[in-house]
Ligand binder design. Sequence first.
Ligand code: ATP
Length: 904
Amino acid sequence: MALTLSSPSGYHLDEDEEVAVFESTAAEHGGPSRPRLPEISVISPGLEPRPSIKLSVKPGALRQGSCEGGDKERVQVFLRIRPLTETESQRVEEQGCVDVQDEETLLLKAPKESQNMRTAERGITQSMHKFSFSKIFGPETTQQQFYECTMKKMVTDVLQGENRLLYTYGVTNSGKTYTIQGSGREAGLLPRALASLFRKLQGRLYGAMDLKPVMYQDVRQLDSGEIRVEEIRRNSLLKEVSNSRRGGNTTTWDSGIGGLSSTSNIVTQLEDTDSVCLEPDSLSHSGATDLAEGVQFSIWVAFYEIYNEFLYDLLDASPSLQPRKRATLRLSDDKYGNPYVKDLAWIQVRSAEEAWSVLRAGRRNQSFASTHLNQNSSRSHSIFSIRVLHVHPDTGSTEPPHISELTVCDLAGSERSKEQRNGERMKEANNINTSLLTLGRCIAALRHNQNNKSRPPQVVPFRDSKMTRVLQGFFCGRGTSSMVVNINPCSSIYDETLQALKFSAIATQLVHGPSTKTRVAYILSLLREPPANGNESTVMEEDGDESEVEEGDITMLNTEALLQAIDVLKREVQRQRAEKDALEANVREQVVSEMMEVISRMEDGFSETLEAEKALIEERYEDKITNVQKHLKKFHSEELMERDQEIKALSEALDKTKAAEKSVPHGDSEGPRRSQRLTSQAQCGRLHAELDQCRAQLLTKLLFMTKLKMQIDGPGSSSTLAAERKLEDGQRNLRQLRLDLLRLGSDLQSGERACCRNTGGERLRQDLAAADETLAKQDQILSELQNGLMLVKADMRKQAMSLSRAQANMSPLPSRGCAASITPDPCQKRGYEVAAPGGAENRPPQKRPFFQSLFPTHTPTRKINTCAAEAASGNTPYSRILRSRQQSPTYSPAPTPRSLRGKK
Ligand SMILES: Nc1ncnc2c1ncn2[C@@H]1O[C@H](COP(=O)(O)OP(=O)(O)OP(=O)(O)O)[C@@H](O)[C@H]1O
C-alpha cells in the first residue's frame, strides 16, 4: 500500500516517487478498506522491497570488518551513531529510540515526549520509522574502522583519476566534525585521507610548482614569476602556522556581516603537533594502489567555508592586517557553465605534514561558536579540496595534465533556529537550514530526473544556495558523492534526527548518472540536435581567450542559433515558473500544516491553562460560597433568636394586656379592646332586643293610630298620612338598623377570631385599628339610627299629642265610654302625653346605659350621645335640619350604614 505522507524534510515528491520511498509493512496484512496508517513507515533505499527483518539485532552484531556491499551505481549513504556523553547518559537521554536492526537497517522509535509521538497519537504519522543505509556504524565504531569502510577507497579512486565527494549531514552536535577532522588522537577522515594519499604517492610526487589547478577543473601553466608568488604564499602560510603554534597566537576575524562571529581562538580539537596522529597500524592497511606508469602527482589543497551564504578563504591569512574584514570570494562559471570559486587560494603540499599544517591553519579561521547544544559548533559549511594533477613529465606532451579531486565537506548541523536566543546564532541557523533545504531539493530533483526519464526533467535548484552550487559538479556526473549521516541517539533531539534521516532517505535513492546540463552547457546541449553525448564542449573549445570564456560566452553563436536559444530559454522560463509555482504551493501547504500544528499545540496549551484556571476559580468561589453560607447561617440564627425574643416579649405583653383586660373590664381607649368588642356584642344583642320591642310597640301604636284615624278623620286625612309615612320610614330604618347590627355582630366575631389567631404584633395592631374604625362607623350609624328613632318617637309623641288634642276636641262627641273602651294609650302609660318636648324623661328607655356601656370612654360617642340628647330636645342643629328636611318635599330618610359603606 502506497502512503501519501508529506515528503520528508519538505522536499517536493510526486506520487510515483512516494510509492518508491514510502512503503508500508501493513500492505501484506491486507488492512481494512478504510485507509489507516501502518505502524511503521519503511523508508527504503532500494526500489525493490526488502524482505522483512527480525528486530533487536544489537549494534555489536554489526560486521565491522566488512566494507563491501551496496550497489556501486547508487550513491552511498553511511550512517554513524555517536556514543552518548557522560552528561547525556546522566540525563537519561538513552531511551532506546535508535535501534540498529542490522548493518543496513535502522528502526527509530519515537520517545513519549517527542513531537513525532504527539502527531502519531493523533493518527497523522507513525511513531516508528525504518530506514535503510549502505552501512550503519554504531557508537563503538572507531575512526580507523570508519575510515577503512568509507574513505579509503575514495583516496584510491582519486589517485586513479576519479573525482570524489564526501559530505557529512546531521543535526548539530551529532559528530560531523569529529568524523571529518577527529578529536585529540582520534584523527578523522580527512587527516587519515591525507596521510594515506602521501603514503601511496611516495616517490611519485611532482615537486615543481609550474602547474596549478584553476577554475572548475583546469590546469594552468605558471611562469617563473607566478611560481615565485605561489612559493611565497605557501611558505608564508606554513611559516605562520608554525609561528602561531609556537607563540600560541590566535586570529580574530571580523566577518563584516554581523560583528565578530568568526573566531579562531576556540581551542582546536586536533592535537597541535606536526604530524597527523594515527594509530601505528592505520597506514599499513592502506594497501598498494595501482598508479599509472610514468605519471607523477602534484597535490594542491584549498580550504574555504560558506558562512551566512558568503564564501571565505580559510587559507587567506594575513597576520599583519588583522583584525580586518575577511574578503569574500565570488562564485563564477567557466565557459561550460561549471561553477568554481574565483580567486580561491590553492596551496601545493608535498607531504602529509604540510597538508596537515594547512588544514590546521584553515581551522583557525573557521567559524565556530558555542550553541546550546554544542560548545564548539561549526557555524559554516567547510570544504577541504584536494586536487591531484596527473603529470606526465617525461612524455613532453603539450596536453594539460589530467586533474582529479577529493572534496570533503563538513556541513553545518541542522537545528531549530528558534532554539537560538542570540540574534547572530539565529541568523546563522536560518542560513544553515536554508542551504541544507536547498541541498535536499537538489537531491530530490535529481532523483526525480533519474526515475522519470520519460518526463521533462526538473531543474535542479543548485543555484539557490552557494553550497549546492559549489558541490554541483559532483552531483552532475563530474564524479561520485558519498554521504555520511551522523546522528546523536539522544531522545531530546529525536524529532530533528528523524528529519535528518528522512532527508538522507532521499539521497539513498540517487544513482550516479550522467551529467545534468546547467546554464550555458545546458542551453548548448538543447541547441544541438541530437545531443552531443558529453561532447558539448567542442563548440567552445577553440576559444583561447580565458577572460571571455570564463563566465561562459554564447555570443559567438549565429543569429539563428541565438533565436533558437531564446525560444528554448523562453520555454525553459515558463516551465521553471510553473515549477516554482508548484513548489511555492507545496511550501505554503507545508507552512500551513506546520502552523496548524503549532496552533493546535497552542490550543492544547490554552485549553489546559483554561481548565487549570477554571478549577482554581471554582475552588475559590466554592470557598467564598462556603464562607457566605456560614455567615448567612450565623446571621439568620441571630435574627431568629432576636425574633424569638421579640415574639416572647410580645406574647408576654399580650398576656399582660389580657390579664390587665381581665382585671380592668372598662379600661380607657388604649386598654382592653377585646372586652369592649365582647361588651359591644352583648350590647348589640340587647339593642336588637330593644329594637324588636320598639318595633312591636310601633306596630301596636300604628294599629292604634290607624284605628283612631279611621275613627276621627276617616280615610284621606293629610296629617295621618304624614304620620303613616314617617312610621313607614321609621320601620325601614329600623329594619336597616337590625341588619347593620347583625353585620356588626358578625364583624365583631370575625375580628375576635382574627385577634385570637394572629400573634404578629403589627398585624394585631392593624386588625385592632380596622376594628376601631368599624366600631367608629357603627357608632356613627347607631347614633344616626338613634336620632332617627328619636325623631320617630318625637313624631309619635306629636301624633299622640295631636290625638289627645283631637280627643279633647272630640270630648263633646258621644261615647266617652266608648273612649273608655278604647285601649289605653301606651304613651300615656309611660307619661308621654304630658312630657315636655325637651325633658329627660323623653329619652328612650335604656338608651343611655347601652351606649355608655358600649363606648364608655369614646369621646365621639359621648358627643353623639350629647347630640342625641340635644336632638331629642329638638335644639340641636341636626334636629333642626331633620325637621327642615322632614318638612321639605324631597325628604329622604337618614343614610343607612350600607349606603355609607357604598360611598366609601
Ligand atoms: N563517534 C564519536 N565518538 C566519541 N565522541 C564523539 C563521536 N562523535 C562525536 N563525538 C563528540 O561529540 C561532540 C560533538 O561532535 P561534533 O562537534 O563533531 O558535532 P557536529 O555535528 O560537528 O556539531 P556542529 O554541527 O554543531 O558543528 C564532540 O565533543 C565530539 O568529540
